[in-house]
Structure formats: structure tokens, C-alpha cells
Design a protein around this ligand. Structure first.
Ligand code: CA
Length: 227
């Protein structure tokens, strides 16, 4: 492997699909919410749009399916409906291997941050319990901290600012094409972990430094990457 953690001092994790196996729930919630409002979102659509804010997702699908931009009121209604559905679903499990990755990264002295497009308050609260000792709210960039979400680099640039490190000293762990695009646009070496149904090629097109298929695979390879 050409990529290594040599000279890296911070690691920035995406949340959904990386720290939680929450994408199947998001996929169902988006599909149902869009149907309710006369639009259509397949699981493939959901995974392709993953990482974008709820606002941007509604705008994109409305333009595609109806040819016009949704109003702010409608965006709030649709995203609110989706968020409620998501909250009513069974709790997503912690992604296997992810807590081990956190332990090893912390032991190696890396600063740990979370950079998510999510505005789901319950998951933002929960992550601080499931990853207790490694993450606090002030080390998280969420939908509440930035105006422009992924695929804009803004969330990751904000993450670098909070970490106090230059892009060259950071590494990102992402599962979604738009998330990888955002991190790469911020100038950060990005590890893609393909935990969903998209073809590897779709993620590789966004130029990650490495592509793996699970957080457990990252945990198992972390020592090698530090060598
Ligand atoms: Ca994600």
C-alpha cells in the first residue's frame, strides 16, 4: 500500500455508514418521505446522494423529478417527515470494527473528529456515548455547523480548523461518493470504506487514496498503515 499514516496527526470520520450501520434506515426513510410528497427515491439514489444535507437532497430530487426547486417550507416539511420516520426506526448498530479503529487511532496519538452532514439530533447525541472517551460535541462538525454541506469542502475545512492541523496532516474515512469528493476537495487524503451497495468504481472515481470494504478491515490494517 502506497498510502501511510506517516506525518498524519488527525483523523476525521464521517458518521452514517462509517460509525453506524444506519444507511438502510436512511434509505427506507427517504424513499417513504419522497413517495409521500410525490417524488421517487430508489436505494441507489439515496446512496448516491449520501453525505449531502437533507436540504440539498430535497432540492436535487425535486429538480430531477418535477423540474422545479422545492420551496423552503416544502423542504422543511419533507426533511422533517423523513427525520421523524428515521427516528421511529430500530436503532442502527454501531459499525463493527469502528470502535477498534477509534481505540487504535487514539493510541497512536491522532486527534479524532467527526464530520457529518447529519442533522439527526438523536444520532449526534448517541455517538458521544458509543464513542465515549474519544469524541465530544466540540469535536464534531454536523449540519448545524456549516451552511454548505458535502460535496462542498466546507465541512472538512471546518474540521481541519477545529483540529488545528493542515490538510496534509489529516486523513478522512468516508463511505459515500459525495463525502469523498468533499474531503478530496479540502485537500485531505481519504480512505474509502465501501459499506453499502454501490459499485467500487463509483467511489474510486472520487480519488480516495485507498478503498476498503469494512471498518473491521481498516481496524485490521491500521498497524500496517502506521508502519
Ligand atoms: Ca456516510
Amino acid at each position: 500500500m502506497a498510502f501511510s499514516f506517516h506525518n498524519k496527526s488527525a483523523i476525521l470520520f464521517d458518521m452514517d455508514g462509517v460509525l453506524y450501520d444506519s444507511m438502510p434506515n436512511h434509505s427506507k426513510a427517504w424513499s417513504q418521505a419522497m413517495e409521500q410528497f410525490g417524488m421517487h427515491m430508489t436505494p441507489h439514489d439515496v446512496y448516491l446522494n449520501e453525505g449531502a444535507t437533507g436540504h440539498d437532497t430535497v432540492v436535487r430530487i425535486s429538480l430531477r423529478d418535477r423540474g422545479y426547486e422545492a420551496s423552503e417550507q416544502e423542504i422543511n416539511d419533507i426533511y422533517g417527515y423523513k427525520a421523524n420516520l428515521f427516528r421511529s426506526m430500530p436503532e442502527a448498530r454501531v459499525m463493527p470494527g469502528s470502535q477498534e479503529v477509534f481505540r487504535k487511532a487514539a493510541a497512536a496519538g491522532l486527534k479524532i473528529l467527526i464530520v457529518t452532514g447529519s442533522g439527526q439530533k438523536n444520532l449526534i447525541e448517541r455517538v458521544q456515548r458509543d464513542y465515549e472517551g474519544y469524541i465530544t460535541r466540540d469535536r464534531m462538525v454536523t449540519a448545524f455547523e456549516v451552511k454548505r454541506g458535502k460535496p462542498y469542502p466546507d465541512p472538512y475545512l471546518k474540521g481541519l480548523q477545529i483540529a488545528g492541523v493542515p490538510a496534509s496532516e489529516a486523513v478522512v474515512v468516508e463511505n459515500a461518493p459525495l463525502g469523498i469528493r468533499a474531503a478530496v476537495a479540502a485537500g485531505i487524503d481519504t480512505i474509502a470504506v465501501n459499506t453499502g451497495p454501490l459499485e467500487d468504481e463509483i467511489l474510486l472515481a472520487e480519488k480516495p487514496v485507498l478503498l476498503l470494504h469494512s471498518m473491521q478491515e481498516l481496524a485490521d490494517n491500521l498497524e500496517n498503515l502506521f508502519a
